[in-house]
Design a protein around this ligand. Structure first.
Ligand SMILES: [Zn+2]
Length: 405
């Protein structure tokens, strides 16, 4: 009987977390790809299609098998070392951070044509909207691919086409009020009314990949400026944390700061003391992860009150945090540090934003009203303008009556 009650209580809080209108601030486009889409795109690669039969899905994690010959063939083209990827994908539980970056390489390799980018962007928005994410900042690294006629600009255009293609939900994505409805006048009552479509605000952050040169990073910042009226509202620094030097990206980040473009930075994924200090001194608008800070750096972070994008599942799976129970969420939450729950890579880590809220409740014992407060607080940290923030606050106010009787 006790077990039955426990199961029922877990189901109830999980459903409540799905119903909660949520704000997602740290979601990589490529890492949020549906497993089914990943397989479908893989099947379009000529040499790979006969091999899809060896695909197995175990516990939500993809398990693929690549024969040595194909691995060598594709690996020799300098795209990716498939033997490495195979080993990583075959893992049924936790992958290390370097292993995850091998998978990212695979995802990036699959998103090198415009149509695929458009499809993935559309589906990612649909998936977040389906679990009541009402504001979504998607981050992605604009890519060049001369063979496919892809420029950084055309890549971002392809992402935007994906946002426009969503039909299951109204997507409010640009900031120049070209939608039929002004952003400042969106009542959002539709959340209580199933007969009307839901709405989701979507904004784009352009990522500087740590493998890029200073010049390429500057191109990305200039592109963000050029596309600021088309839903691009910020810059992110991300990529394999053991690659690259802070000094390489600093001119571009400084340029973004001068242009007034909000910045978020992946910080402390590895214990790189020099870079963590430089990032804290740079003082961006938000930080992601902050896993490997020492006592002095924690002290500085807390005094700066830089909002943190907390990615519980991601940090545990990549070893940035030893376990959910020992995750630094608890320390930051108890210190009332500004923070927001995020997924990082919902596809890669088989999670969702609703699941991240559930994990906080299950692991740290937060009540529904505390979870609701977390969702409300996240609105403060969005990069969108005050009109959008006001609209999100109204939306949460309406939901409060339903969720917090
Ligand atoms: Zn990330």
């Amino acid at each position: 009987m006790d077990t039955e009650r426990k199961v029922a209580a877990e189901k109830e809080i999980r459903e409540w977390c799905v119903a909660l209108p949520k704000v997602e601030l740290h979601a990589h486009l490529n890492g949020s790809v549906r497993n089914s889409t990943l397989l479908s795109v893989l099947s379009t690669i000529p040499h790979l299609s006969p091999l899809i039969s060896v695909v197995i899905v175990l516990s939500g994690l993809l398990v693929l098998d690549f024969p040595a010959e194909l691995a060598k063939q594709l690996g020799d083209r300098g795209v990716i070392v498939f033997e490495d990827v195979k080993d990583v994908i075959m893992k049924a539980d936790g992958r290390s951070l370097p292993e995850c970056f091998k998978l990212f390489d695979l995802f990036h390799m699959l998103t090198t044509d415009h149509d695929t980018v458009t499809r993935i962007a559309k589906e990612v928005v649909e998936d977040f909207a389906a679990e009541n994410v009402v504001y979504l900042e998607i981050r992605t690294t604009p890519k060049k691919n001369a063979a496919k006629g892809m420029t950084k600009r055309s890549y971002v255009d392809a992402v935007i086409r994906g946002l426009k293609a969503v039909e299951s939900v109204d997507v409010l994505f640009d900031s120049n009020l070209t939608t039929s409805e002004p952003l400042s006048c969106t009542p959002m009552t539709e959340l209580d009314n199933d007969t009307r479509k839901k709405k989701i605000y979507v904004r784009l952050l352009l990522s500087i990949d740590r493998r890029e040169t200073t010049s390429a990073a500057l191109d990305t910042v200039n592109l963000a400026m050029e596309m600021k009226d088309q839903g691009v509202i910020g810059i992110d620094l991300s990529g394999n944390p053991v690659v690259g030097e802070w000094e390489t990206y600093l001119p571009a980040l400084q340029h973004a700061k001068e242009l007034g473009i909000p910045i978020t930075i992946h910080c402390g994924e590895v214990p790189n003391r020099k870079e963590i200090q430089a990032v804290l001194d740079f003082c961006p608008q938000r930080l992601g992860h902050v896993c490997c800070l020492n006592d002095d750096e924690w002290k500085q972070l807390k005094s700066l009150k830089i909002p943190i994008e907390i990615c519980l599942t991601s940090n545990v799976m990549t070893g940035g945090a030893p376990s959910l129970e020992l995750h630094h969420f608890a320390d930051l939450y108890n210190a009332r540090h500004p923070l927001s729950l995020c997924t990082d890579d919902s596809g890669l880590f088989s999670t969702s934003l609703s699941n991240e809220y559930y994990l906080v409740a299950a692991t740290f014992g937060l009540s529904k009203s505390e979870l609701f407060q977390l969702a409300q607080d996240a609105v403060h940290f969005v990069f969108a303008d005050d009109d959008v923030k006001s609209s999100l606050r109204r939306m949460l106010k309406i939901a409060e009556k339903r969720l917090m009787p």
